[in-house]
Design a protein around this ligand. Structure first.
Ligand SMILES: O=C(O)c1ccccc1NCC(=O)[C@H](O)[C@H](O)COP(=O)(O)O
Length: 219
């Protein structure tokens, strides 16, 4: 398929330091993710996220990530951070995800049975989702694993924009984009020197490879 003049959006996820947020914006990130999932080494408190939200450049989106957090916690994050988008990694249903009045992405655990469902079933299950995010973890597992899944398992014909995640790095993101043609790519581990600590050189190389893929004319 020919896809020229397309700009793959880039989401960098799992920030814990405002300086990293500033650098990510300068390097060309379209969205910055903050993790509120329990048990994550990248989990931050709403007050910390507020400081990082202030470090965001104009026209860069903020994304708040959850995994079966209680509704009260999601509400508190929405109140304090005003994220542009929510991202749910757990077993949340559509009614839960849409209840906060903020557009949301539903993460699909590609290691779980839901991943084998027909795209129409996914869409029926999450009619209000702004899009899907395909990630490598299994049901009950968490994101940010740094592991790649088999991209050929992405259900064909999903009618909503989708984000490709899971183990992306500057070394594989070009191939990942050519193989799957996602709306956006999402990376956490692949741009870090340690969990939550982003690395400027890895972020820059990642952006370069995404842009290289965008310039690649496909027949
Ligand atoms: O990052 C976490 O620790 C995390 C915990 C629970 C739910 C989601 C989490 N992160 C999601 C992401 O950072 C990304 O959306 C995605 O999983 C990509 O991560 P990675 O494979 O490390 O690039």
């Amino acid at each position: 398929m020919k896809r020229t003049l397309f700009r793959t959006r880039i989401k960098f996820c799992g920030f814990t330091r405002p300086g990293d947020v500033r650098l990510a914006c300068e390097l060309g990130a379209d969205a910055i993710g903050f993790v509120f999932a329990h048990g994550s080494s990248r989990r931050i408190a709403p007050a910390e996220a507020r400081a990082m939200r202030q470090a965001l450049s104009p026209m860069v989106d903020s994304v708040a990530l959850f995994s079966d957090n209680p509704a009260e916690e999601v509400r508190e994050v929405v109140r304090q951070i005003r994220p542009s988008l929510l991202q749910f990694h757990g077993s949340e249903d559509d009614a839960f995800c849409r209840a906060f009045g903020v557009p949301y992405l539903k993460a699909i655990a590609m290691g779980s049975p839901i991943a084998n469902e027909h795209p129409a079933a996914l869409q029926q299950q999450y009619p209000s989702a702004a899009g899907f995010l395909f990630d490598s973890h299994g049901a009950g597992g968490s994101g940010g694993s740094g592991k790649v899944f088999d991209w050929s398992r992405i259900p064909a014909g999903v009618q909503k924009p989708f984000v490709l995640a899971g183990g992306l790095t500057a070394d594989n993101v070009f191939d990942a984009i050519i193989a799957t043609m996602p709306w956006a790519v999402d990376v956490s581990s692949g741009i870090e020197s340690a969990p939550g600590l982003k690395d400027g050189d890895r972020m820059r190389r990642f952006v370069e490879q995404v842009r290289r893929a965008d310039c690649h004319v496909l027949d």
